[in-house]
Design a protein around this ligand. Structure first.
Ligand SMILES: [Ca+2]
Ligand SMILES: [Ca+2]
Ligand SMILES: [Ca+2]
Length: 242
């Protein structure tokens, strides 16, 4: 079935008809007046004050992509907080242990370069199972293969599932809510302290998606190449007072 939607673009029902989004996005994160409770539910007042990002897009092209995802960010004196809402009808996450390779199944992911110089950046993942992965790099993908895995971010996360992991019944998705202490970013060659209002950091947000037909993913700021480690394509995270 075809439909002409506003803008006059002919497309099949269900598609968003959006143009590819290839610009590097910017997000203004308001400071939280009260810290969100990390329970996977986004009913905290702090989240009401934090706008949604643009929908995530295909990482190679910037075209609309699946799973439909958007995120929110907020912060306070102690933590950076992030929330992801993911529409995923096929939930797979059964890895565990120390820094399991969560990117091979379903997971949300952040890459953070505090000073935006492309060096000394951090990678964190939270799977819908609640498992986490974190590492840091001196420069792009260095050291190989997975950076300084012994680095511990202190990430805490919680998930609200809409479905059941790892079974054959159709799912609806999940919400991921997490926090990272600013002390995590003390590590490496250019240690970063907590931001002040008005500061800008560089940030990439991704969702990795296990599908019956194979692995996919979407991002907030599309790297436009087949590699997520492209610090110059990270989005801009602006910390605001409110
Ligand atoms: Ca919450
Ligand atoms: Ca850096
Ligand atoms: Ca999936």
């Amino acid at each position: 079935m075809l439909a002409v939607l506003s803008g006059g673009i002919l497309c099949s029902a269900g598609c968003t008809c959006a143009e590819p989004r290839t610009d590097i996005p910017s997000y203004s994160a308001p400071r939280a007046s009260r810290a969100p409770v990390i329970d996977g539910r986004l009913d905290d007042p702090a989240w009401q004050d934090a706008p949604w990002t643009e929908p995530f897009v295909q990482t190679m092209t910037g075209a609309p992509g699946q799973p439909r995802t958007r995120a929110r960010l907020t912060w306070d004196a102690e933590f950076l907080y992030a929330a992801f809402e993911v529409e995923d009808d096929y939930l797979r996450a059964d890895l565990s242990g120390q820094d399991p390779h969560l990117w091979t199944q379903d997971t949300v992911e952040l890459m953070i370069d505090p000073d935006g110089d492309g060096l000394n950046y951090f990678e964190l993942q939270l799977a819908p199972s609640g498992e986490t992965f974190d590492t840091r790099y001196d420069s792009r993908r260095v050291p190989q293969p997975f950076g300084h895995l012994r680095w511990e971010s202190g990430i805490e996360g919680a998930i609200a599932l809409r479905g059941t992991l790892n079974d054959d019944a159709a799912d609806e998705g999940y919400t991921a809510e997490l926090r990272i202490p600013w002390s995590a970013f003390d590590a490496g060659q250019t240690p970063a302290g907590p931001p002040s209002a008005g500061d800008t950091w560089r940030l990439a947000l991704y969702v990795l998606d296990a599908r019956p037909e194979g692995q996919g993913g979407v991002g907030w700021s599309p790297p436009m190449v087949g590699d997520f480690h492209v610090p110059e394509r990270f989005g801009r995270l602006v910390f605001t007072a409110r």
